[in-house]
Design a binder for this molecule. Structure first.
Ligand SMILES: Nc1ncnc2c1ncn2[C@@H]1O[C@H](COP(=O)(O)OP(=O)(O)OP(=O)(O)O)[C@@H](O)[C@H]1O
Length: 235
């Protein structure tokens, strides 16, 4: 689904990614691990086209996207839920989800028809009971559900999630993890996570980043048992 080849990117003259290669299948999740500041968010932003690729190439479903604008990447089926998982605090949950619906219609995944909010509510039934509630009054976990649910309205083929469980109460983390595991049976998922155990449980494959490079990677079970994991995650 996604094929990132030797990607280099950064901010102005400061290079952050020094040649990242990453393969994400049509179905299945890949975890991106690594300590703070190694470039995980930068990688997500470069895949989305929010930052230009200085070197390397990005393919989505066989189509080259290296120089494509962000909207074009979204149209091709990528959705991105950034770390902040931003919701519009004064707008209701329904209105927040509708923003995704409008974006999806523009993006064209649904062939011009308005997508149903059910796509979000089926994934997170709790949202169905909160549709009229201002998003600013939701818990951290519910906000993440809104942000992920909104992305699902575009019927993405590939979902990029930056720390989907950050600031989420432990009881809700399991619920989000279960949804992501289920989603990954249908689409490609990239999950940046600080909760290593959870990420390795949701994802079949893991990439451990180290200062803008791939430190090591492999099937999640192998990565979990590899002594290098601790070294690459230690502060
Ligand atoms: N907008 C920006 N302008 C300049 N430098 C930036 C910018 N955003 C991030 N950086 C720098 O790029 C490097 C990688 O940051 P990035 O956020 O990608 O790391 P990360 O692995 O996602 O970290 P975290 O786990 O803390 O979110 C850091 O040194 C950071 O200071």
């Amino acid at each position: 689904m996604l094929d990132v080849q030797d990607l280099q990117a950064g901010y102005g003259r400061s290079r952050v990614l020094f040649g990242i290669s990453l393969l994400v299948p049509q179905r299945g999740a890949v975890a991106i691990l690594g300590r703070n500041g190694v470039g995980k968010t930068t990688l997500m932003r470069a895949i989305m086209g929010e930052l230009p690729a200085e070197e390397g190439r990005i393919f989505l479903a066989g189509q080259e996207m290296t120089r494509a604008r962000t909207e074009q990447r979204v149209k091709s089926g990528i959705a991105y839920v950034p770390q902040e998982g931003a919701v519009f605090a004064r707008m209701s949950v329904r209105e927040n989800l509708m923003v995704g619906a409008i974006g999806a219609r523009r993006g064209g995944q649904g062939g011009g028809r308005a997508p149903s909010l059910d796509l979000a509510i089926d994934a997170f039934p709790k949202l169905g009971q909160r549709l009229a509630q201002p998003a600013g009054t939701l818990s951290g976990g519910e906000r993440k559900m809104v942000a992920i649910g909104r992305a699902l309205l575009g019927e993405p083929k590939l979902l990029l999630l930056d720390e989907p469980t950050e600031g989420v109460w432990v009881g809700v983390i399991e619920e989000i993890a279960d949804r992501l595991t289920e989603l990954a049976t249908r689409i490609g998922v990239v999950i940046v996570e600080q909760h290593v155990d959870l990420a390795l449980r949701v994802a079949g494959h893991a990439v451990v980043m180290d200062r803008g490079r791939v430190g090591f990677e492999g099937p999640s079970e192998a990565v979990r048992d590899d002594p290098r994991l601790l070294r690459y995650l230690a502060p």
